[in-house]
Design a protein around this ligand. Structure first.
Ligand code: PGA
Length: 259
């Protein structure tokens, strides 16, 4: 299975989200083999987009949520509220949240626990900055982020956990990471999960790549067994681009499927 997470960020309103959701579904229509699609509109569009994707090949994701259960947290959205709207996955610890809104590993860990407590699949984002890569500390950064996000969490056999490796310098820059570096980091991510939980968990988690994925470079990621899918920002709100990414995934899935 290959997964495509579409992170629409703060780029579309409610009406545009509905249109984009319809267009996104058209990209998989009539195909034999389709990737798993998770669309992540802004909070305000979740309810309307849910109506579009209900009983379709796509499921609904949120871009963030509160680390708290309920209470006096003005402006926050809880896991329970998202669950009520039919959200089944949630992006947590995106680098934009870490950098622009000061999210810490401790908060992200609480969000991961909230997600599991409300039957949602966390999509935990990790990744190093340019300076950290140049300084040779990329692995250490990713280890700290991931071990931090997973602290005090138990992974049951039935739980799904996505980890998205998104080097910060590749996000929104048009410069994706080299496939060799992606494979190395994906294997490293599994080794951390195996340390934190178990070897079985390391096999059970799904590792995505994110950062300037587009129609031109998607195939090289999907083709690798170690890459379970991609998290797409900019190209997910441009349907012609997104269709090419779906094409690349479908091509790999069709080549792998027994006739
Ligand atoms: P991008 O964003 O595809 O525009 O680089 C990826 C992300 O922020 O998750």
């Amino acid at each position: 299975m290959k997964t495509i997470v579409a992170n629409w960020k703060m780029n579309v309103g409610v009406r545009e989200s509905v249109a984009l959701a319809r267009g996104t579904l058209l990209t998989v229509r009539g195909r034999k083999m389709i990737p798993e699609l998770i669309v992540c509109p802004p909070f305000v569009a979740l309810g309307e987009v849910k109506k579009v994707v209900a009983r379709s090949a796509a499921s609904l994701g949120a871009q963030n949520m509160s680390s708290e259960d309920s209470g006096a947290f003005t402006g926050e959205i809880s896991a329970r509220m998202l669950q009520e709207l039919g959200v089944s996955s949630v992006i947590l610890g995106h680098s934009e949240r870490r950098a622009l809104f000061g999210e810490t590993d401790e908060q992200i860990a609480k969000k991961v626990q909230q997600a599991f407590a409300h039957q949602m699949t966390p999509i935990v984002c990790v990744g190093e900055s340019t300076e950290e890569r140049d300084a040779g500390t990329a692995r250490e950064v990713v280890r700290n982020q991931l071990a931090g996000a997973l602290s005090n969490t138990r992974l049951r056999g039935s739980d799904t956990l996505f980890v998205a490796y998104e080097p910060i310098w590749a996000i929104g820059t048009g410069r994706s990471a080299e496939i060799g570096d992606v494979l190395e980091m994906h294997a490293f991510i599994r080794s951390i999960v195996s340390e934190v939980f178990s070897d079985a968990s390391a096999k059970q988690i799904r590792v995505l790549y994110g950062g300037s994925v587009n129609g031109d470079n998607a195939y090289q990621f999907f083709r690798e067994e170690e890459v379970d899918g991609v998290l797409v920002g900019g190209a997910s709100v441009k349907l012609n681009q997104f269709r090419e990414i779906v094409d690349a995934a479908a091509e790999v899935l069709e080549a792998q499927s027994p006739i």
